[in-house]
Design a protein around this ligand. Structure first.
Ligand SMILES: NC(=O)c1ccc[n+]([C@@H]2O[C@H](COP(=O)([O-])OP(=O)(O)OC[C@H]3O[C@@H](n4cnc5c(N)ncnc54)[C@H](OP(=O)(O)O)[C@@H]3O)[C@@H](O)[C@H]2O)c1
Length: 276
């Protein structure tokens, strides 16, 4: 069993620690670093995992999970750049930061795997996409897939697709929350108490998601299953089409993709896609 150190145990880092423990990873094989003593004490009390300083984390762990905000990456890299050796596996969860940013700073040959998770990691239902950097092998990817499998599902993609993943599953939960919020508002407009409207919509979202995951059919078939001729649902669907909701969603995801490319461009060493 690998020793895993989470560097920056905020929302995502804590979810990962919690998921690993629930999946049976030994707590003595889990370490984390944090900037605030009080936060560190809270986590140790909650999970029984060890808070260590950055040098101990890098020295003791086989897998280093970088989970600080992208804007905090430089000071962290300054601290660890000279300590990381090619025997370590570096896993970055930082949105928009390419593997080459890490590879440039670490000893030659250091394996780096980039991950785009999403917030449902907080409830063990993350969708994570993993990409190998230049020196990461299949076995490194398998280690990361096993680790992330404890907090949700994992797909393997080329790094060139990470901006698309960021726009789809990285931002995706926000679009579902937006939809749920609007549907609850509709319930209130129709005179339902907020709590009842929320219960109706959230359970409908959970049920629909379970059908999508477990069913064999395409979403169109499932939608047709609740759209009877001359019925209520088709009247609603006509309004969605009239207001261009499908086109708005496609445009929203395309805009998120463009923004991800733009934000990542400053970290790439070659000509950026944003310059194309
Ligand atoms: N949340 C999401 O939806 C989401 C989705 C996909 C990917 N991600 C990625 O996941 C990463 C973590 O996100 P998050 O939402 O968990 O952020 P977060 O809650 O802010 O967690 C980051 C933690 O790292 C700590 N930290 C910063 N610099 C440090 C250092 N040098 N040494 C030790 N600890 C340090 C921060 O402390 P302070 O409190 O002092 O800042 C904070 O507790 C980000 O890179 C983000 O891009 C997040």
């Amino acid at each position: 069993m690998s020793t895993i150190a989470v560097l920056g145990a905020g929302k995502i880092g804590e979810s990962l620690l919690s998921g690993l423990i629930n999946a049976g990873h030994a707590t003595e094989k889990l370490l984390f670093t944090e900037r605030h003593q009080q936060r560190a004490e809270e986590l140790t009390e909650r999970y029984g995992v060890r808070n260590v300083d950055i040098a101990d984390a890098v020295g003791q762990a086989d897998v280093l999970v970088v989970s600080v905000k992208p804007q905090d990456i430089e000071p962290l890299l300054e601290l660890i750049a000279l300590l990381v050796t090619p025997e370590k596996l570096v896993v970055t969860l930082c949105a928009g930061l390419p593997t080459e940013l890490f590879e440039r700073r670490f000893a030659a040959g250091t394996p780096v795997v980039r991950v785009m998770p999403n917030t449902p990691m907080l409830v063990g239902e993350a969708m994570s996409a993993v990409s190998a950097g230049t020196h990461a092998t299949d076995s490194h990817l398998e280690t990361v897939e096993e680790m992330l499998g404890s907090v949700g599902r994992v797909v393997r993609i080329p790094e060139s697709q990470q901006d698309a993943v960021t726009a789809l599953s990285g931002s995706g939960p926000a679009y579902f929350f937006y939809l749920v919020e609007a549907m609850i508002d509709a319930g209130i407009l129709l005179g339902l108490p907020r709590a009842v409207a929320a219960e109706l919509i959230v359970q409908s979202a959970v049920g629909s998601a379970a059908m999508l995951r477990e069913g064999e059919g395409h979403p169109v078939i499932m939608r047709e299953g609740v759209t009877s001729p001359g019925g209520t649902t088709i009247s609603g669907v006509r309004e969605l089409e009239k207001h261009g909701v499908r086109a708005a969603l496609i445009d929203a995801i395309e805009a998120a993709h463009s923004r991800s490319v733009e934000l990542g461009a400053k970290h790439r060493s070659g000509p950026s896609e944003a310059d194309d």
